[in-house]
Write a protein that binds this ligand. Structure first.
Ligand code: GLN
Length: 289
């Protein structure tokens, strides 16, 4: 008997259920839909569509990877972030919807600076897939961006993502730790640095622990090492009237505020993510408007 798309979705859902995955139905539909290039609507409305043997094989191989806890979008190879389609690689963290909070918090600053001065120079420290910087560039047409990362593979993915979203001309990269490979001033410093305490890495979901790069997760013994490094050098690289925005762990707002306040900055905003957790802080230089 012919295998249908509906039959495949049901088969995967059962398999994912048995593997104890939290969202078996959604994962089954997303994988089948993306791998066979069928919209969610068509999957639901036309489940009787037959699937050729080679496609069945591809979907089953993908399902095996999911059962080993590889995230759906790593299997597919790309995902959407702030309306952009971004490729993922082993060198990049998978962009999270929570990180859109940072983009939303940074956008009014980027727009105001660009309106006033004709451009907004953005630096994204530890850019990974380029998600934060590219989302801001897509929204603010006159802005320019520099993405830094210690991973050359991440920078290659970020460049590819700039290209696939028509942003290559305004996006550049520099390889190094935080500001190490950076000269000059920026109007907006943004970062989603690693912020998990080293001892907590083992407790993360396997989807995160085994598939996101450890360098993008591990924030050192207290989870704050990256903020220390960024706060120490940010003053040299922030223009007058510029802003810094960082993503943080849900329990790190006070500690990160203390760090930046100790380095000559004032906190100008606190933002929660979609789950209501503390997630983003913004800072400006002390004594500046
Ligand atoms: N938010 C990530 C998580 O799911 C951590 C990302 C980071 O350390 N910047 O754990």
């Amino acid at each position: 008997m012919d295998i249908t798309v509906g039959g495949l979705v049901t088969e995967l859902k059962r398999q994912f259920d048995a593997a104890g995955l939290p969202q078996p139905q959604l994962d089954a539909r997303t994988l089948v839909g993306h791998l066979l290039d069928i919209s969610l609507t068509d999957l639901v409305l036309d489940p009787g569509r037959p699937v050729v043997a080679g496609d069945v094989e591809r979907v089953r191989l993908a399902a095996e990877r999911r059962c080993r806890h590889e995230p759906v979008h790593r299997i597919i190879g790309h995902r959407s972030f702030f309306g952009l389609d971004l490729a993922l690689s082993q060198g990049t963290l998978e962009p999270r919807p929570d990180t859109e909070t940072l983009v939303n918090a940074a956008l009014p600053h980027a727009r105001a600076i660009a309106d006033k001065s004709g451009t907004c120079r953005i630096i994204d420290l530890g850019t990974g897939s380029g998600a934060i910087c590219l989302a801001l560039l897509a929204e603010v047409e006159t802005a320019t961006g520099l993405g830094t990362d210690i991973s050359l593979q991440a920078l290659q993915t970020a460049k590819d993502n700039a290209g696939r979203n028509g942003l290559a001309e305004r996006f550049h990269t520099a390889c190094g730790s935080w500001f190490e490979a950076v000269e000059g001033e920026f109007d907006l410093i943004v970062s989603n640095p690693p912020y998990i305490r080293s001892a907590d890495i083992g407790k993360l979901d396997p989807e995160v622990r085994d598939f996101d790069p450890i360098a993008a997760l591990d924030g050192g013994a207290d989870g704050l090492e990256a903020y220390r490094a960024i706060a120490a050098d940010a003053g040299k690289h922030l223009s007058a009237g510029g802003h810094i925005l960082v993503e943080t762990g849900f329990d790190q707002h006070e500690a990160v505020m203390d760090l930046f306040q100790g380095s000559g900055f004032v906190c100008t905003g606190r933002f929660k993510d979609l789950g209501g957790n503390d997630r983003v802080l913004s800072f400006a230089k002390k004594g500046k408007p």
